[in-house]
Ligand binder design. Structure first.
Ligand code: URA
Length: 211
């Protein structure tokens, strides 16, 4: 089911890009898509922002430098790797031309991109029906809010580490959502580290009650 979804959704996003590009609104269709990683039978879903250079090269989320983020998350949350489905809010690299000619750099997401990828994420969650969803950073929080049509403020500063409940999939199954800061942001803002530590304990507690 996930395979079918990925094929259809990739076509759908590329088509939306093409239509908008024809109207002169957008750059080219993204060159490569990186799908979520897992079988779909996992109980916990981790949602990041978007694949980077390494992810596009390997075709999997959270590898290369970001693989360390993932390893650290798994170790400290106590979640076994096979219970975690890993995906991103946007399934292609958010790239812009880099400073050196011929290179690419990462850039922030645009709202229309979250909208284009929103039903993709929603359908992933609908198929997997996890008991716990963990978002990394403001973009992922906004993306999950948008995907579920939930009244979620994309305000990580207020919502981080809180176990939010009452959100529902289309057939009414409840799950818990815990927003975390994106670990990459801790590199630039060391003040967030203590909060991130505490928030991870919340994830651990919730995961233990589920697994
Ligand atoms: N790699 C990903 O796949 N997602 C992120 O959010 C960061 C790095």
């Amino acid at each position: 089911m996930l395979r079918r979804l990925n094929m259809d959704a990739r076509k759908d996003v590329a088509e939306k890009y093409r239509e908008a590009a024809e109207l002169g609104k957008l750059p080219d269709v993204p060159a490569a898509f990186v799908f979520g990683d897992g079988t779909g039978s996992e109980k916990i879903v981790l949602v990041g922002e978007a694949p980077g250079k390494d992810e596009v090269r390997e075709g999997r989320p959270f590898v290369g430098a970001a693989g360390k983020i993932l390893d650290d998350f798994l170790k400290r949350s106590g979640i076994p790797r096979d219970q975690l489905y890993i995906t991103n809010s946007v399934k292609y690299r958010l790239a812009r031309p880099g400073k050196r000619q011929g290179t690419l750099a990462n850039r922030p997401v645009k709202k229309f991109e979250l909208e284009y990828c929103s039903s993709w994420l929603r359908n992933e969650l609908d198929i997997i029906r996890p008991a716990l969803v963990v978002t990394l950073g403001n973009t992922a929080l906004a993306a999950v809010g948008m995907a579920l049509g939930a009244e979620l403020k994309d305000n990580i500063g207020e919502l981080h580490g809180k176990a939010l409940s009452g959100q529902c999939f289309s057939e009414g199954q409840a799950f818990t959502l815990i927003p975390l800061y994106h670990p990459a942001s801790l590199i630039y803002n060391r003040d967030l580290r203590d909060d991130y530590e505490k928030d991870l304990q919340e994830v651990k507690k919730c995961a233990q009650s589920i697994l």
